[in-house]
Design a protein around this ligand. Structure first.
Ligand code: FER
Length: 243
């Protein structure tokens, strides 16, 4: 089994003390470099939810690594309650990434903004429900630092109509100046998930921007995919399978 350790740090948002859990894969070796995935909880949950006995994400990671489905990697579960879902990206960049990646071995050579940017292909951010709302905000504001995004069962709250939400995402990507092979979005939900009616039309609006989103489940062919799990509802018990 890997190891889950708790890391305490101070948030730039009101100077609050907060914490995140860090999953270190079995055999973690500080002389190796690891990809890192920040994964956010949903409304009413916290930084402990994903590695609790309710969700057991750590056990899924243990098995996926053991079976060779994924490379050993670091997975961090923070909370947006030290801040809020819309502003968490500031705490992520100013406090959490420097704290965690200054301590554990990732592809970041140092915790300078420059080195975090240089290692963006080795960093992902995702979340469920309100954590997905947080993920869209993070994409819009921190794409220079993170190349992979996993919004699960939650729409973007940046914009009113679906066209506006799609346009705001496109604008952020264009402003940052990335080509379609320089960012990746894996979106997922269940067909019976309460967020399905919010996220599905947003995905359709995004698909219209064919110069920005190239729809494919194959990352070598495209940068955007929407998985819909038949019959599944708004519950981590299903959502861990999308992860
Ligand atoms: C959604 C985004 C967020 C959604 C629900 C939420 C139903 C979160 C709700 C909550 O935690 O109160 O698209 O769809």
């Amino acid at each position: 089994a890997g190891k889950v350790v708790k890391e305490y740090y101070t948030s730039c948002h009101g100077g609050k003390q907060t914490s995140a859990n860090v999953y270190l894969p079995y055999g973690y070796d500080e002389n190796q470099k690891y990809n890192i995935f920040y994964l956010m909880h949903g409304g009413g949950e916290n930084q402990d939810t994903l590695f609790s006995n309710d969700v057991n994400l750590h056990k899924i990671l243990d098995h996926m690594i053991m079976n060779g489905d994924i490379e050993p990697m670091i997975v961090v579960t923070p909370t947006f309650y030290s801040s809020n879902e819309g502003d968490f990206w500031q705490e992520l960049l100013q406090n959490l990434i420097p704290h965690v990646e200054g301590k554990y071995s990732t592809y970041a050579e140092s915790t300078s903004a420059e080195d975090i940017k240089a290692s963006r292909y080795h960093r992902a951010f995702g979340g469920f429900s309100m954590g997905s709302v947080c993920t869209w905000h993070t994409l819009i504001n921190a794409i220079d630092y993170i190349a992979y995004f996993m919004p699960l069962s939650g729409d973007s709250w940046v914009g009113n109509s679906n066209d506006e939400k799609a346009q705001n995402i496109v604008n952020a990507i264009k402003k940052a100046g990335y080509a379609p092979d320089e960012y990746f979005i894996f979106c997922a939900t269940g067909s019976e998930d309460i967020a399905y009616p919010n996220i599905a039309p947003q995905v359709e609006a995004m698909k219209k921007h064919t110069d920005t989103f190239i729809y494919s489940s194959d990352l070598s062919e495209g940068n955007f995919y929407f998985l819909v799990a038949p019959g599944k509802t708004h519950w981590w018990g299903y959502v861990v399978h999308y992860v």
